[in-house]
Design a protein around this ligand. Structure first.
Ligand SMILES: C[S@@+](CC[C@H](N)C(=O)[O-])C[C@H]1O[C@@H](n2cnc3c(N)ncnc32)[C@H](O)[C@@H]1O
Length: 444
């Protein structure tokens, strides 16, 4: 695409967005869900479940071992074949877009989403941290979006019926818009008004990428609410696909259980669940803490308190500018903090911290490779902290299955790559940082 075309497209998109914004403000929260599926004007070419493909190496291995990707992995779950595949899965945006909508325009629209911090104070400075920053909205081209959209597209094309989708903690609605384009009716839930409004605008702005003849107002809905306490109306619609992308790690263990329980309840029989969460592998300190917790056999081994601080050690007087500390918060502490939010300001009372479990990284260069120091009583200032839940595949599988789902498969991935690496194989961390774990399950 030439620079000129790109600018043209950008201007067009802005116009569409501003008109849709105006319309949306009039109609938020949105539009009745109840509707009859309109006849899709285009008959899509029915393709094999081919948005996921094996790497060349995998294919060779299969030929050698005689294993087949078409082999069922989980009892009667024929529809989850694509997810049951062994080996790395390469996904592509192009392959997930229906033929009739394929083309640079749709792709450019989906690619235009970028990592965006969800802010609720109206601030636009990406560096500032406000009291209610609640996390990032991830681009549509993230592998968990691609794999789920591929599934939706294939099911829609083979059945001719749109899939009902629950998008729990939708952020800016990037995935819901994508899913709507490829064949879903999204019902998106978000606890932050600013993010929900953003999602509403963005999804509405995707209407020109729909097959002709569809009324977008009958296709999607965004509602303000909590994943731990969704409204009866939200729960009343059973979904063929339920996703919670990058939400579970913002919740406390008890809230995570509630989310999963609600998702299970709200998934149709035979329906799919896809989750994506942060892992502890982004730092050695995180891994150490995670492994220690695993040994203690706690159900949510990666639930901890992460601090970034300016620190001055009492004994050496040494200053450190970047610091990460991890510890399992006490019940009192959990109650005193609202999860899902990042706070500015000094940390509350020191006696809320269990110093024996608090590890400090001496990392003045911010390499996260510094020595781990176990200062008994360091003198420190904290200016930033966040409660997060982190998961490896096994830990996530345990909680997902405890809620009733049957797990089909899982992978590690970066959010910038198009490859999902199998959870049960060694992953070259110079290629994939294993920053996210993705899991797929279904309700029997
Ligand atoms: C990291 S963002 C992810 C957004 C989006 N799902 C994605 O992957 O791009 C987490 C989102 O979950 C929302 N969230 C956190 N706790 C929530 C809750 N209890 N109920 C509903 N949404 C919640 C946040 O407001 C935020 O928009």
């Amino acid at each position: 695409m030439s620079l000129q075309e790109w600018f043209k497209m950008k201007i067009m998109f802005k116009i569409v967005l501003s008109v849709s914004t105006a319309l949306n403000f009039l109609s938020f929260p949105l539009i009745a869900m109840e509707k009859e599926e309109k006849k899709v004007s285009t008959v899509y070419k029915v393709q094999k479940a081919s948005t996921v493909s094996l790497t060349k190496k995998e294919e060779d291995k299969e030929k050698q071992t005689g294993t087949s990707t078409s082999k069922e992995k989980t009892g009667d779950s024929t529809q989850y074949l694509a997810f049951g595949k062994k080996g790395a899965i390469v996904v592509s945006l192009k392959a997930s877009i229906p033929d009739s909508l394929a083309g640079e325009k749709t792709e450019a629209f989906l690619k235009s989403t970028k990592l965006e911090l969800v802010k609720t104070d109206g601030s636009t400075d990406p560096k500032s941290i406000c009291k209610k920053d609640v996390g990032y909205s991830f681009p549509s081209i993230s592998p968990w979006c691609l794999i789920t959209a591929g599934y939706i597209k294939d099911k829609y094309e083979s059945s001719g019926k749109r899939l009902s989708l629950g998008d729990w903690g939708c952020g800016h609605g990037f995935f819901s818009a994508y899913a709507m384009i490829v064949g879903a009716d999204p019902y998106a839930l978000e606890s932050q008004r600013a993010a929900a409004e953003e999602a509403n605008k963005y999804i509405f702005g995707a209407r020109e990428y729909l097959p002709k003849g569809l009324d977008i107002r009958t296709l999607y809905k965004v509602v303000l609410g909590s994943v731990t306490k969704p409204s009866e109306k939200f729960m009343a619609r059973e979904n063929d696909v339920n996703v919670a992308f990058n939400v579970l790690h913002h919740l406390s263990p008890s809230d995570s259980d509630l989310l999963l329980k609600n998702m299970f309840k709200n998934t149709a029989q035979g329906g799919l669940v896809v989750l994506c969460c942060d892992t502890p592998f982004d730092s050695s300190i995180g891994v150490e803490y995670f492994n220690q917790s695993l040994q203690k056999k706690v159900t949510y081994p990666g639930f901890g308190l992460y601090n970034k601080s300016n620190i001055v050690f009492k004994d050496t007087g040494k200053k450190s500018t970047a610091l990460l500390s991890v510890c399992r918060p006490t019940k009192k502490e959990i109650d005193s903090l609202k999860t899902g939010q990042i706070y500015m300001g000094s940390y509350p009372q020191n006696d809320l911290l269990d110093d024996t479990q608090t590890l400090f990284v001496d990392d003045p260069d911010d390499t996260q490779k510094g020595n781990i120091l176990r200062h008994k009583a360091p003198y420190y200032y904290r200016n930033f902290y966040q409660l997060l839940n982190k998961f490896d595949f096994e830990a996530l599988k345990e909680v997902v299955e405890a809620s009733g789902f049957i797990v089909v498969n899982g992978w590690y991935t970066d959010h910038t790559l198009d490859t999902l690496y199998p959870h049960d194989s060694e992953i070259d961390t110079s290629i994939c940082k294993k920053s996210k774990v993705v899991i797929v399950g279904y309700k029997k």
